[in-house]
Write a protein that binds this ligand. Structure first.
Ligand code: APR
Length: 233
């Protein structure tokens, strides 16, 4: 049966109350990327960076998955083939909705990483400047999220999934950040049918064979319903 690979971005969590980055009022209109989402920013002002992620971590922990997250979890359960979710998001709303095997290419707010030894552990809700590493003891705990200038996680696995995709869907992403924005080209080159589900056209909309415009909580459940009806024949 057909393999479905799905890429999600901040737009799928918008209706759960979590901010996007580049919409009006988005996070990058409130903070400068170079201050809070780069290794240089962390070195310059670790307190600002820890605070930026502590606020987001607390908010994400309190957020509930929405109908779009739940629809993807349902697709994973009921679709007769493999469904792989790759997310740029650092929240855990796919998992809270019941999805499994979610690939977090930009890391997770719930994760802490030691900048000295590379040890990973579950982040405290509020991480301090100089958070001690439970493994090596260095006061070097940082959010386990991928900053600009750092390599996204799990790329080999992701490219393998894209090469095997029969259907590739991008949901709630502006298509402005690479390598994720190029996934549609990888999937199309492998012969996948490509679908974009987004509130408005993205930077890469022209690359998709099919588009559904609207809020994720409307267009994603409708798309899943259509796929499952088709699978039942
Ligand atoms: N339903 C569907 N789509 C929505 C909704 C919604 N309710 N609200 C917003 N969107 C769309 C916007 O139209 C936009 O195209 O979601 C997209 C959000 O784009 P960005 O804010 O750029 O977020 P994203 O694409 O996930 O950013 C990618 O950039 O800053 C880095 O690491 C960060 O993972 C992030 C990456």
């Amino acid at each position: 049966m057909e393999k479905i690979v799905i890429l999600t971005g901040a737009g799928i969590s918008a209706e759960s109350g979590l901010g996007t980055f580049r919409d009006a009022g988005g996070l990058w209109t409130q903070y400068r990327i170079e201050d809070v989402a780069t290794p240089e920013g962390f070195a310059r002002n670790p307190a600002l960076v820890q605070e930026f992620y502590n606020v987001r971590r607390v908010k994400a922990a309190q957020a509930e998955p929405n109908a779009a997250h739940r629809a993807l979890a349902r697709l994973q359960r009921d679709w007769p083939g493999e469904v792989v979710i790759v997310t740029q998001n650092v929240d855990a709303l796919h998992e809270k909705a019941g999805a499994s095997g979610v690939i977090h290419m930009h890391g997770e707010l719930a994760g802490a990483l030691c900048a000295v030894c590379g040890h990973r552990w579950r982040a405290p809700e509020e991480m301090a400047v100089g958070e001690p590493c439970p493994s090596c003891g260095a006061a070097a705990g940082r959010p386990d999220v991928v900053w600009f200038g750092e390599m996204p996680y799990h790329m080999d696995r992701i490219y393998r999934h894209l090469a095997e995709a029969d259907i590739f869907a991008a949901i709630g992403t502006s298509g402005q950040v690479y390598p994720a924005a190029a996934f549609v080209h990888e999937a199309a080159a492998a012969g996948a049918h490509t679908v974009e589900l987004n509130l408005e056209p993205s930077e890469v909309s022209a690359a998709f064979a099919e588009r559904f415009l609207g809020p994720a909580t409307q267009v994603v459940p409708d798309w899943v319903e259509m796929l499952l009806a088709r699978a039942e024949g």
